[in-house]
Design a protein around this ligand. Sequence first.
Ligand code: NAD
Length: 467
Amino acid sequence: MRKLYIGGAWTASVSGEAIDVVNPATEEIIDRVPAGAPADVEAAAMAARGAFPAWSAAGPEDRAKVLAAAAELLERRSADVAETIATDMGAPLRFALKVQTLMPAGVLASYARMAASHPRESRVGNSLVLREPVGVVAAITPWNYPLHQVICKVAPALAAGCTVVLKPSEVAPLAAYALAEILDEVGLPPGVFNLVSGRGQVVGEALAAHPEVDMVSFTGSTAAGRRVAALAAEGVKRVALELGGKSANIILPDADLTKAVTAGVANCFINSGQTCTAWTRMIVHRDQYDEAVGLAVEEARTYTVGDPFDDATRLGPLVSAVQRDRVVRYINRGQEEGARLVAGGTERPLPRGYYVEPTVFAGVEPGMAIEQEEIFGPVLSIIPYTTEDQAVRIADGTRYGLSGAVWAGTEERAVAVARRLRTGQVTVNGGRFNPSAPFGGYKQSGLGRELGEAGLAEYFELKSLQL
Ligand code: NAD
């Protein structure tokens, strides 16, 4: 069994209990991590508290140097780390390398640069405004982008001068272990970063409630985020939440329909649909509806389901049996509610592994469960609209507001619709993902922003000195 990383040392959990890590493609146990206990959280929080004065007082260049070394080492080990991610969460290897590993390595490198360059002081009239690190940060992360979600928190927190206790997802924890090894190897001072694996209701809740934790940064489901926020509220801790989504892809009548549908299907199915920003609702004008459904079905059929290590695979397994069963329940529910299954379904595509067919529903009406709730699998709903106002109403008609897309004949027209949407990010006519732009949600998709300058700002307190 692996060990926890506390105060710069690999330490057994006081619980003595293990959590099995399962390869979702083979259903075999591949590793075991400790199921941390509240006493482990206590030790980690105290280690982080103990390390805070020196780390927060270190020169920005010192912090930058160690973070840059970590980014370099992560890049050097990217092939191994990508294999780890392909094995414990099932992402196809190429995707695991490019998006799940090299992108976070780039984000880490960017925070190393920002650690040195970010202004720590400014003047407002007769006041000197100081940016000071928040303190001890608890980072709680999900399994779907198991390294990226960790880096989005740990990198800016360390760059700002905070110390961290990380609780990665118990479902796919191995990338977080790889990061702990890297931070240890590059000589991050003991206690600055600590790793306590375990279950959300034990380790996550103990962290959110711990008196020595100043801030909780959580990524995961809206239900768990609400619980974390409630626990943190007792201690009036700062909270950052990156939660679920049910994002809309609005295709206006003058858009390039083939391009918009093809990109829309890809965005929905990426990472086997286990992406918080996935455009799971395609909103298409009635006049183009049948054509769009035909194009989406044709496209869905090109998604080869299979082994993450096979080059031909575009859709790996879902992360776990629990997740597969949940997605299958939603596919059944969609049919019960009267939506038309036009591709995929509940058949098991392979005899072994937690696979689900790439699935498309037509005839989806606003208000159906498959239209309102996050499914977190490769399931696309196509919804018709008649007027632009109606398209915007449907897009905004869920409790979420994380992401979305607008396609139109001109950028100007698409931007005009994008401005109307109550959501944290909108892709306009297929614009590229920008890992330096603010990332986060409106409504129940979250609180605060990650990535870039906005992500760093979350980890500072402001102090005004009146001169
Ligand atoms: P989850 O909420 O079950 O778990 C996320 C993390 O929280 C895990 O580490 C888990 O152990 C922990 N946790 C669970 N219950 C907890 C509790 N009561 N107290 C403290 N911690 C607790 O989510 P998941 O299934 O791992 O991930 C999928 C969800 O994450 C989806 O809803 C998805 O949309 C969301 N997500 C959001 C973003 C974003 O940036 N907005 C990114 C990725 C995933």
